[in-house]
Design a protein around this ligand. Sequence first.
Ligand code: UDP
Ligand code: MG
Length: 310
Amino acid sequence: MNLLSVVVPCYNEEECVPLFYQELMKQEACFKEEGVDLEVIYVDDGSRDGTAREVKKLHEQDGRVRLVSFSRNFGKEAAMFAGLEKSKGDYVVLMDADLQDPPALLPQMYQALTKEGYDSIATRRVSRKGEPPIRSLFARCFYQLMRKISKTEIMDGARDYRLMTRQMVDAILSMREYNRFTKGIFGWVGFETKWMEYENVERAKGETKWSFWKLFLYSLEGITAFSTVPLMFASFMGVLFCILAFVLILFTIVRKLIFGDPVSGWPSLVCIIALVSGVQLFCLGILGQYLAKTYMEVKNRPIYVVKEEI
Ligand code: UDP
Ligand code: MG
């Protein structure tokens, strides 16, 4: 018998935990036919509601349900990493608790993985219906920018919903970086991936844990983790301003020789100083971002802290 581990990061999802279990178990018969055992690992990411209690209830009914509880909220990235680390399956799938990753797709994904010889089956949503338009716009811009400045392939609309072989999971686990951007890590480790598309599904219960600001910071995480192009931007601006300065010097000398008027031009001077110092601070900021990330990596803190495990 093969074992399939289902990893579910949960943050304040007490309503979704039992719902998710019910929906998943509707697929159980399909897996029995294939000779596949299931284990469900709920990773409670420091929830402040009854998430852990709900999972324990499920565990009492069904021993295949496991719980990993964090000591505080470490974020979805940490929760996914912990789930992968605790999983024992020959195959592992990452799924959201809110049923936005439809379990009905799972048997089909498993078929593709085992019969067609892929290492991973990934999903992407082709629509973003039900999402605020401004968020979709920023998301699209982010993916376009990433495609330009990073060598790692990051798909637009890609979900974290992904079925992987043990080999790929081990590769992901070998990347123990603190600033995690899993969408990039999936691409970085490589392997043969098949993409499956589906229409966006709205969350079953509760509300999204990602505010616009949190998503914005997460996108910066993605950029600094998988591209160093912004660092090059500083050098590029430096060269550009050197050329500009050279032209200005020539212009000033020539003007002095022809018109003999060196004094006027206070406003232009102020503008130039303001512009150049602005650009300098901006570049310094970029440098600071990378330095901060390096600082956090060097500290080598654990990615998560477990409070309770069942
Ligand atoms: N999540 C988590 N830790 C967090 C935020 C979210 O484990 O700090 C989980 C959440 O419980 C859900 C999944 O990550 O299972 C996706 O979150 P959500 O549905 O809020 O995001 P959205 O689908 O709106 O992007
Ligand atoms: Mg969701």
